[in-house]
Design a protein around this ligand. Structure first.
Ligand code: 13P
Length: 249
């Protein structure tokens, strides 16, 4: 059984004050949530405050990015050692916004995963096609390349994958359950070629305009094991509704 995994990705949103306000409202709303992994990825500047406020709760912390070196002359970058020390359990790697605006390649994604793992961080690895790629019939080709190159020589334990079709991110245009299931099933097939045994245990999250209104249907898809939520994770009430999604029998 794969435990559902619901993660917030706040992107470049929320000051420290706003972070504290969010958690004060959010923690009581998910106190009773069972059999679900709850993860929040605030910006770097809010990690410290978030780490102290979630102590003793059922919430874990993720960073949104990490550098692939442990230290050195990389102005403006943050290393996995720093993230582990501050209380992060996870790091999001290869988000499409990083690939698109900061020119991250599959090779960089792979290096980042390797270093993050070395320093005890679990990774949420993002993959997904653009609208142009989907319309050109290249979705599977892109997903296969991102999975195979990104995960080269990476062991399977504690790996989480997020399928985020770029055309669904922040657009209000969610993938249909058929589109999500088809892509997730394809990703799981790729994973089973890499990890014949463990592929059944790897969680594959869906990301792209997830809301309290569409989470139940998405989570009912056999290969959708969780969600990576942007906009709808910024309000405590709406993210709590997503965490407390209704399970199908
Ligand atoms: P939205 O939920 O705002 O579409 O963002 C999705 C995303 O990019 C999460 O990483």
């Amino acid at each position: 059984m794969r435990t559902p995994f619901i993660s917030a990705n706040w992107k470049m949103n929320k000051t420290v004050d706003e972070t504290v306000t969010f958690f004060k409202e959010f923690i009581p709303l998910v106190n009773d949530a069972k059999d679900v992994d709850i993860v929040i990825a605030p910006p770097f500047t809010s990690l410290q405050a978030a780490a102290s406020i979630i102590k003793g709760t059922n919430i874990s912390l993720a960073a949104q990015n990490v550098h692939f070196q442990e230290k050195g002359a990389y102005t403006g970058e943050i290393s996995p050692v720093m993230l582990s020390e501050i209380g992060c359990s996870f790091v999001i790697i290869g988000h499409s916004e990083r690939r698109q605006y900061f020119f991250e390649t599959d090779e960089m994604v792979n290096k980042k995963i390797q270093t993050a793992r070395k320093y005890g961080l679990d990774v949420i690895v993002c993959v997904g096609e653009s609208l142009q790629e989907r319309e050109a019939g290249k979705t599977f080709e892109v997903l296969k390349r991102q999975v195979v190159s990104g995960l080269k020589d990476i062991p399977s334990d504690s790996l989480v994958i997020a399928y985020e079709p770029i055309w669904a991110i922040g657009t209000g245009k969610t993938a249909t359950t058929e589109q999500a299931q088809e892509a997730h099933n394809f990703i799981r097939d790729q994973l089973s070629a890499l990890y014949p045994e463990a592929s059944k245990e790897i969680r594959i999250l869906y990301g792209g305009s997830v809301t309290p209104d569409n989470i139940d249907a998405l989570m009912a898809c056999p290969d959708v094991d969780g969600a990576l939520v942007g906009g709808a994770s910024l309000k405590a009430e709406s993210f709590a509704k997503i965490v407390n999604f209704k399970r199908s029998l």
